[in-house]
Design a protein around this ligand. Structure first.
Ligand code: HH2
Length: 317
């Protein structure tokens, strides 16, 4: 991304757009359908309505409490609320379609009725279909839209999707993840799946390297470091490292809720490197940290002795 003079747009000023084939909260009607635009990295708040999620399972007593928690995430600064009814933690068992629907549907309905942008975190086309019918406006599929039925659900409903990379299956993915070149392999996978989904009529895609999904510490770090490359394909990039175990690999044994400082550090770095969306449990804390980082970046850019962007220096020579 660059400005009219060819200088790269600073991370905090980049504008991201997501196209919908139907109305969505905050999306503007235009010649192509509906477009939701935002400036600088935004937050996707995690709302797990599961008994067994790795960091927050069993926290919410029922649908009303879950809806209230989702509304709070929006008030704290979330652009999307990602509702999940099945844990994908390493070793997790899958749940039936019926049970997953029972967990998520009322919550999606309640949030969407209140104008919340709901993302449905599911790998099941039937759950995605029911959730978008109940008002969800984004499908988050950790299986990267491998199933043609999932692509059809998104295309027919006119909702964009998150394509995430995962090596293996949640049950076994952390046993022995292997890559020759993790960045190149994940990048090629994401672009292939995104292209396929667009061909099948999904209106827009967000890509996600899938931090912690079939990856060792060094793979996760290489992928976060490769944010500029992964974000350079004209598709918004999502990074989700919130409370994940890579943080305890880096900083010692800690229960997931105590991994906020590590989550903030990884996400702020991803933001500076060009991530468009950060998937986080702690929305208020991330919103505050991002606001502070944006303010300093703005002041740096406005300082009279600010270094000239590389493009301009080259131009002068
Ligand atoms: N991580 C989790 C779940 N869904 N979706 C995307 N797109 N990217 C992610 O990194 C991602 C995701 C795991 O986190 P969480 O939802 O908190 O845990 P659990 O799967 O145990 O419910």
């Amino acid at each position: 991304m660059a400005d009219a003079a060819g200088a790269p747009t600073p991370w905090q000023a980049r504008v991201y757009a997501l196209r919908f084939g139907r109305a969505a909260p905050g999306a503007r009607r235009d010649a192509h359908g509906w477009t939701l635009a935002w400036r600088g990295p935004a937050l996707m708040g995690v709302l797990n309505v599961t008994p067994d999620s790795f960091s927050d399972g069993g926290r919410l007593a029922g649908p009303e409490e879950a809806v209230a928690a989702g509304v709070r995430l929006v008030e704290q600064g979330a652009l999307f609320v990602d509702v999940g009814g099945e844990s994908s933690r390493p070793g997790a068992e899958s749940v039936s379609e019926r049970e997953e629907l029972r967990r998520v549907l009322q919550v999606v309905e309640g949030l969407a009725a209140g104008g919340v942008r709901v993302s449905i975190d599911t790998v099941k086309p039937a759950v995605a279909e029911a959730a978008v019918a109940a008002g969800a406006c984004l499908v988050n599929d950790i299986r990267g839209l491998a199933d043609a039925r999932m692509r059809r659900v998104c295309a027919e409903a006119g909702v964009p999707a998150v394509v995430m990379h995962m090596q293996g299956e949640p049950r076994s993915m952390q046993r022995s993840p292997r890559y020759r070149d993790v960045v190149a392999e994940v990048e090629a996978f994401l672009l292939r799946r995104a292209r396929q989904a667009l061909e099948d009529g999904v209106p827009a895609l967000i890509i996600d390297p899938g931090i912690g999904f079939g990856k060792r510490l060094e793979h996760n770090l290489a992928l976060i470091a490769a944010t500029p490359r992964l974000a350079g394909h004209g598709l918004p990039l999502l990074v989700g490292a919130s409370r994940k175990s890579l943080i305890q690999r880096l900083a010692g044994e800690t229960p997931p809720p105590a991994r906020l400082p590590g989550s903030l550090a990884l996400h702020l770095r991803a933001a500076e490197l060009g991530a468009a969306l950060l998937r986080v449990h702690d929305v208020a804390e991330h919103a505050q940290a991002l606001a502070a980082l944006r303010a300093v970046a703005g002041a740096e850019a406005a300082a009279p002795d600010a270094p000239q962007p590389a493009g301009e220096e080259r131009g002068r020579g």
